[in-house]
Structures are given as structure tokens and as C-alpha cells.
Design a protein around this ligand. Structure first.
Ligand code: CP
Length: 302
């Protein structure tokens, strides 16, 4: 495992290795302990060609925590503005001999392309609607910490599945770890062939809330024009939005959201900060997962 391109390509044993290491790191973070296993001397290029807050910042913090030489690249201010292609850009950056690339890109497959072009370790930080493996690992870590096991856990992914790399990585990862995964949303948000991946489809949010132990609420991806698939955002909120009345109808339900949230579209503010919301635990778990990812991939390189 030289690169982390998607959970589709990992075995359950490999996912277990990520989760166990990240869990130990998360405990150290929570106790304010110094993180062992420095990667001083290794360099990393953060190639973010699409907006990000949580993923970008937590990767940067993970890199600094591990003592790596981190360089940030963004489209703004680069020679993309002079018409240089992605491939030429990557070849030039590769000539500087980075050890790792962290790549976010709106097109599916770009992290894999960069891994083939450079021959170096690439971590997919989200590629189009394809995969977001570190997000799914942090979601699984958060769930496992709460419920103690993933095997047999009933998890529903709610919302804009058709545009969601988070949904794909969660479906692959959770199922490999034995969870029972379903998806819920209006017809235009549910890919036609999703059942072939082994997930149950539900169109009624109240049913999803009563039948599951956790729901992972996805953002309506307005920047990918997802709003155009719906009669209106108000209507989406009425039929699928999470509010306290719905949330409290199952007192044992835990909610997750990968962020960023559209408040009062897929979730209201009160629910996002409620006792049974794991949303900010997810963000802390993200730091641990990204530290673990560098350490495990560096071990493979050694
Ligand atoms: N969850 C997630 O990927 O958030 P960002 O887009 O802010 O990184």
C-alpha cells in the first residue's frame, strides 16, 4: 500500500490497521501527549485544486505534527493562470522530488493519475464524486469509538448520494468492516444502480431515523448544481432535513456530517450541536486519521 487512493482498493485488514493506529493517535491527542513516530526529512506537496477547510487544515497540521517539510500548492497564483496543464505542472513539481502528494481535485481519478506519473505516495483528499478515503476512515473511527464495533452497525447515509465521494468511500469501507449500510434521499439523489453495491435504499427519512443507529448526513452539493435536481431547497428541508423533532424521535440515534453544512437545508443548527451529534468528534478524528495515513504509508516506503 504505497498510496491511499480509495477504500475500494483496501482489504478489511488494511482498514483495521488504519483504524487501530488512528485510534491510538486520537487517544494521545485527547490526552495532550506528544505524537510518536516523527517523519522528519520527508517532504509533502499539498495539491488542493478544489476548496477545502477541514481536510486541508488537518493534513497540514498532521504534516507539521510529524515534522515533515510541507509545501502548499493552490491554483490561484500558479502558472495554471498562464495555461500550463495539470500534467506539465505535476511533472515540474515532481522534479523537486517530493515524497508525498496530497491531492484534491474536482475530476475523478486525478490522484491515481498523479500516482502513476510521479511513482510517489499519493493520498486522495477527495476526487470529484469518486472517493474521499480519509473522510470515510475518520467517520468509521468516530463510529467505532462511539459504538465500540462496526460489525453489524446499522448506518444510513442520507442526502445527495449521487454527487458524493464521501458516500462512496463510506459504502466501501463500512461494508468491508461488517456494517449494514443503507442510503436515503429523494430519487434524483440516489444513483440508479446503487443497490448493486449491497446497500438498501430508502426514500423516507423518518424510517431511516427509526431503523438505524447512526445517520451520516450529506451536504446538498450546490456548487455541483445539485439544487437543480430538486423542486426547491425548502422542500428538500421539509422532507429530508434533520431537525430536533425528527432527531429526538430516536433517542439512541447518533448523527454525523462530513461538513461543510448547509444549515436549514440538510440539517438545522440545533441538531448539529446536539448531545447526539458527532460532527466535531469527526473533525478531531480527521487529524488522527491523517497522521496515521502518513505513518503507515511511510512504513511501506521504508
Ligand atoms: N469534509 C470535507 O472534506 O470538508 P472540506 O471540504 O472542508 O475539506
Amino acid at each position: 500500500m504505497k498510496s491511499l487512493l480509495g477504500l475500494k482498493y483496501l482489504t478489511s485488514d488494511e482498514i483495521r490497521e488504519f483504524l487501530d493506529r488512528a485510534k491510538a493517535i486520537l487517544e494521545d491527542i485527547s490526552e495532550g501527549k506528544k505524537i510518536a513516530g516523527s517523519l522528519e526529512g520527508l517532504s509533502v506537496l499539498n495539491l488542493f485544486l478544489e476548496n477545502s477547510t477541514r481536510t486541508r487544515v488537518s493534513f497540514e497540521l498532521a504534516e507539521k505534527t510529524l515534522g515533515m517539510n510541507a509545501v502548499n500548492f493552490s491554483e490561484e497564483g500558479s502558472s495554471f493562470g498562464k495555461g500550463e496543464s495539470l500534467l506539465d505542472t505535476v511533472k515540474n513539481l515532481e522534479a523537486m522530488k517530493f515524497d508525498f502528494y496530497v491531492v484534491r481535485h474536482p475530476s475523478p481519478g486525478v490522484p491515481g493519475l498523479i500516482s502513476r506519473v510521479t511513482g510517489k505516495s499519493v493520498i486522495n483528499a477527495g476526487d470529484g464524486a469518486c472517493e474521499h478515503p480519509t473522510q470515510a476512515l475518520l467517520d468509521m473511527l468516530t463510529l467505532e469509538n462511539k459504538f465500540k464495533k462496526l460489525n453489524g452497525l446499522r448506518v444510513c447515509i442520507v442526502g445527495d448520494i449521487s454527487h458524493s465521494r464521501v458516500a462512496m468511500s463510506n459504502i466501501f469501507g463500512l461494508q468491508k468492516m461488517g456494517a449494514l449500510v443503507s442510503v436515503c434521499g429523494p430519487v434524483p439523489f440516489i444513483p440508479r444502480d446503487i443497490e448493486a453495491l449491497g446497500v438498501k435504499v430508502c426514500h423516507n427519512i423518518d424510517e431511516a431515523i427509526s431503523e438505524n443507529q447512526a445517520i451520516n448526513i450529506l451536504r446538498v452539493q450546490l456548487e455541483r448544481d445539485a439544487g437543480r435536481l430538486l423542486p426547491s431547497l425548502n422542500e428538500y428541508n421539509k422532507y429530508y432535513g434533520i431537525n430536533m423533532k425528527r432527531f429526538e424521535s430516536n433517542p439512541r440515534l447518533m448523527i454525523l456530517h462530513p461538513g461543510p453544512m448547509n444549515i436549514n437545508v440538510e440539517i438545522d443548527y440545533e441538531s448539529s450541536v446536539a448531545k447526539n451529534s458527532l460532527i466535531f468528534s469527526q473533525v478531531t478524528a480527521g487529524l488522527a486519521v491523517r497522521i496515521a495515513a502518513f505513518q503507515l504509508l511511510a512504513k511501506e516506503k521504508a
